[in-house]
Design a binder for this molecule. Structure first.
Ligand code: 3H9
Length: 654
């Protein structure tokens, strides 16, 4: 088998090219090829070596598919030690994304250049790991402790120019990278530039208190995760002792992370996210429709967020509202959201202005005549949605995709009111839609393959993680939420308090406990829906008696200042003895005996409720695969990625 690494001499410069599609991951043959090339180059006429990559990117990291399997030699840290030890100057030439082990390879080179569009980063923390090939040791030596901790504990890649500003990149190459890198290598050789090993650089001066400050900060930010704390320890050991001791600590703690269930969960989610993008039965070459102009119906929180998602990705958006006043209100919310992003430093003023300028408002459906996609985002009234889809059928051009953002309704029934059900699909965004990554893509019985394929591709373009769902009440996520919420209600009656339930779930890793979520969403929404149902349809009163009583007392949740909790002016939840009393009365009324419930029981019963419904969803073919359900819960419902999603967690628990 030919090696994915080639080596050729261009005059006095040795050029090492990695060609391992799709992302040039450091699989064993790549590691071996790099080692062979660097070793061979020591004995030839080269005066400097350039390491670069073919295809779309520089090395994007270690090969994650090898993790959890027996290690195959050469191990990455050993390879990188050999590259750094080269007697010939080594120059890394970066395009695309140099990530993880890929960026660590660049750090083991003596000089680094990049095209301006390149990004560099150490995202291992997002896989529950730490950089395990010298990243925690070489980064602080080049960029200082503070910048290194920022880069490694955030896991967020930075632009090449930002890397240059902090000392991680030496030169930005304009024009052709290969030519530019070789020319620079020749200059370095001609000027007899030193072999400059990162491991031999001293760590720039730092405040000794910095490590404890980071530990305290990370304990809040990354509750319960082991990798962040270990990253600080590795950087600290390397900065306060020696490179060799730092490397030994890095190896020890990297292996500990690698063997942890947290990393197993996060690695599962990494692949689950990418698998979710694949639709069974949909040919790879299914054509996609061209989407440039998008219409959004409804300028509420949801519609506004969806409009921003598209505008931020460069699409022209027309937002439709019923009258001028509602339109003004909707555009005002968008305006404020952009201003907030600028204020928080998330967006530059000029980018915000550019995105905002792509959103036009209208009260006339005729403005939708030439859009390629419409997303309806009005409130959950099935009849209103059907009326809107009839209008869209009359107004939109042939071939336009008509999507509904419904959270629950029957997409097939909505499609049936149009003369083009093949063009109708569900696009279920999560609030706030411009921030939340999940998009449930609801495939109707008649949705055309090219419509589904287009929407899956589009989701990626607007930065979302799409998961396909079949049609059922609540689709994947909200359907599972129902038994989860009902189990929480039952446990309140049986003796747990709202804060005990929420604290137990948050300590386990959920972003927010179930009762705080209900308060945030508004208890009146479910109450109103129940009023339209018969007693038989409502089900067991134990599952809704407490929230009904709360709403009847005017406690709608956060928006009315009280729900399962009372809220202060900062919207902080305060346990309320009046709620405890109300629960006790409801329990007595419903004949529920109260007892002590442990936190463990709370977690077990709530997660089991999710998993049991997830099973049914799988059996019915609503979800394509178990890992899709995990993606829905991690990206849409605050389920901890470090537990791999409810189905992965249950599978591992047995
Ligand atoms: C590490 O480096 C540890 C070291 O410190 C120490 C070691 C001792 N390995 O995302 P895409 C596959 S940890 C194997 O759709 P994009 C991916 O599964 C690693 N496979 O493309 C997919 O396969 P398929 C640190 C990988 O253009 C295909 O490539 N590095 C890897 O949207 C395309 O991926 C990272 O965490 C990998 N490392 O985004 C970077 N990466 O087509 C992880 C990707 O069969 N990767 N694949 O579904 C990424 O962030 C993105 O893939 C990237 C491209 C930004 C590079």
């Amino acid at each position: 088998m030919s090696s994915p690494v080639s080596y050729e001499l261009e005059g006095n410069i040795g050029v090492i090219t990695v060609d391992n599609p799709p992302v040039n991951a450091l699989s064993q043959p790549v590691r071996q090829g790099l080692l062979d090339a660097v070793t061979a180059a020591q004995a030839d006429g080269s005066e400097a070596l350039v390491i670069l990559c073919a295809g779309r990117t520089f090395i994007a990291g270690a090969d994650i598919t090898e993790f959890g399997k027996p290690l195959k030699s050469p191990w990455l840290p050993e390879l990188l030690a050999a590259i750094e030890a080269s007697e010939k100057r080594v120059i890394a030439a970066i395009h695309g994304t140099a990530l993880g082990g890929g960026f660590e390879t660049a750090l083991s080179a003596h000089y680094r250049c990049a095209v301006a569009t390149a990004k560099i980063g150490l995202p291992e923390i997002k896989l529950g790991l730490l950089p395990g090939a010298g990243g925690t040791q070489r980064t602080p030596r080049l960029a200082g402790v503070q910048a290194a901790l920022e880069l490694i504990t955030s896991g967020t890649p930075i632009a090449a120019e930002e890397g240059q500003a902090i000392g991680l990149i030496d030169r930005i190459i304009e024009g052709d990278l290969r030519e530019g890198a070789i020319a620079w290598a020749r200059d370095l050789a001609a000027s007899d530039a030193p072999v400059r090993r990162s491991s031999e650089q001293p760590v720039p001066e730092f405040d000794p208190g910095i490590f404890d400050a980071w530990r305290a900060e990370l304990a809040k930010r990354a509750r319960g995760q082991i990798a962040p704390e270990h990253i600080v320890t590795c950087v600290e050991v390397g900065a306060t002792t020696s490179f060799a001791e730092g490397m030994a600590k890095e190896r020890e703690l990297f292996m500990e992370c690698m063997d942890s269930p947290q990393s197993a969960g996060m690695r599962h989610i990494f692949f689950a996210e990418r698998t979710a993008a694949k639709v069974e039965g949909l040919a790879k070459d299914t054509p996609q429709r061209t989407i440039a102009k998008v219409g959004i119906i409804g300028g509420g929180t949801m519609g506004g967020g969806i409009a921003m998602s598209f505008a931020n990705a460069g699409f022209d958006v027309t937002l439709i509202e019923v009258d001028d006043e509602a339109l003004k209100r909707g555009l005002g919310i968008i305006e404020r959201n952009y201003a907030g992003s600028v204020k928080r430093g998330k967006l530059s003023e000029s980018d915000a202005a550019g995105h905002r300028a792509r959103i036009a408002g209208s009260t006339d459906y005729a403005s939708l005549a030439d859009v390629d996609l419409v997303v309806e985002a009005v409130f959950e009234d099935p009849e209103l949605k059907k009326t809107i889809f009839k209008k869209l059928d009359d107004t939109c051009k042939t071939g336009a995709i008509l999507a509904t953002n419904t959270s629950y309704q029957d997409v097939d029934a909505i499609a049936a009111v149009t003369g083009r059900p093949q063009d109708v699909i569900g696009m279920h965004f999560f609030s706030p839609a411009h921030i939340m990554k999940l998009l449930e893509v609801v495939r109707g019985a008649k949705t055309a393959d090219d419509v589904l394929s287009t929407v899956m591709g589009l989701a990626k373009k607007i930065g979302k993680v799409p998961v396909v769902s079949g049609v059922c009440y609540g689709f994947i996520g909200n359907r599972m939420l129902k038994p989860y919420g009902e189990t929480a209600q039952l446990m309140l009656l049986e003796g747990a308090s709202p804060e005990q339930i929420d604290n137990a779930m948050e300590a386990w890793g959920m972003a927010m406990g179930p009762l705080r979520v209900f308060d945030l969403a508004g208890l009146d929404v479910g109450y109103k829906a129940r009023q339209a149902l018969s007693d038989a349809e409502k089900g067991d009163p134990k599952s809704y008696r407490v929230p009904d009583l709360l709403v009847e007392l005017g406690r709608m949740g956060q928006k009315s200042g009280a729900g399962f909790y009372s809220y202060d002016e900062n919207r902080r939840a305060i346990p309320d003895p009046a709620v405890d009393k109300l629960i006790e009365i409801a329990a007595e009324d419903l004949g529920v005996e109260r007892r002590t419930i442990t936190d463990e029981e709370i977690v077990d019963r709530l997660i089991s409720a999710l998993v049991n419904e997830g099973r049914k969803i799988l059996d019915e073919g609503i979800a394509q695969r178990s890992s899709d359900i995990d993606v829905v819960y991690v990206y849409g419902y605050g389920f901890p990625a470090s537990r791999g999603g409810p189905m992965f967690y249950a599978d591992n628990k047995g």
